[in-house]
Unconditional design. Sequence first.
Length: 411
Amino acid sequence: MKHLLSRLTLAVGLAAPVLLAHADDQVKRGEYLARAADCVACHTAPGGAPYAGGLPIVSPFGTIYGTNITPSKEHGIGLYNDEEFFAALTEGKRRDGANLYPAMPYTSYHLMPRADSDAIHAYLKTVEPIERAAPVTSLSFPFNVRLGLMGWNMLYGKDLKLAPTDGKSDEFKRGEYMVEVLGHCGECHTPRGLPGAMQQDKRLTGGVLNGYLAPSLLATDLAARGWNHQDLSTFLKHGMSAQGTMFNEMFPVFHNSTQRLSDPDLAAMATYLLGDPAPAAKVLTEVPLAQMSPSAQRGRQDYLNVCAGCHAPGGEGKPHIAVAMRGNTTLRLEDPRNLLRVIEDGIGEQQFAGFERMQPMPGFADKLSHEQLTDLLNYLRQGWGGQPGELAVGDVQKLQADAPPAEHKAH
């Protein structure tokens, strides 16, 4: 018996370091996956503790609050086991059996393998528990009836299906998982129908979110806006490239997620989005002022008055101060709403990778008349955006009417 106990003790002693190393590796992997899934962005209130919840998420059906996912047993997920956590992540099912609102992207996460879910859970168990309840989501009838989500989930909960990848490279397949599942990019970049479900037949063709356009991520549309593989990888890693900088809802994605991902994964995402092989990026030539419309020609003076001090008279921008207008992806969007919103709302100071900063851009909503704003938009879009059409004052006023309330704007 003594010999048996000795052997058991030796076996346990030898196995313990291996088990601890495995557990440590799982936690590190879970931390990376949680970054890739951008969990912190929706589960952290401005100025609040990471993962403690409280972020207001504005939807057409009301405001939904990000929940506390720290290991707090009273307010967080401290009582969840791996099975229950997997159900919450992939089926939108809480531990008590209630349905989560699909602001939680289980409609994309449902394709996540159990091993990745367990790793994320292992990591979240290690973060500091915050003993604070997140605000309770309270929607108007009938959206406040969580039981109704059972039917919604049956119809739309597992709508996302990945396209066949036969003959595709391992990099393409990895990029598909990073973009479609972990990164859940389609949740914002896909239009939604009346029931709030993603329109899968228009997947990644763009969607409007709080008055801004999450633009199309289709390969042909990316190439038409000047994106190539290197620039797109750089944009995800550094938050800026020759096409401009991340702003609005994409800035937190960069800040909390993409800048922390590995170079191979960022390259894989670019490969998946642009395709393999990728279409050639469209190169624009600057349009002379004399060839622009009368409205755009008038807009040149408005540009010199309010924009050129930072973006330079020739549109080349200034390092660490303002992005270039030449090749800027926002100007190359057929839909002008993002350009309009930025001019009216401005952008707060932003910190990018390393020591890179961009100074705050003021808003000009109260400084430009409807006519001046229209002329400026036409000048920017025709001169540097490659847009042949001309906006009318009425077009701009319609977009202004669609602007979200000030408290819903993100910079």
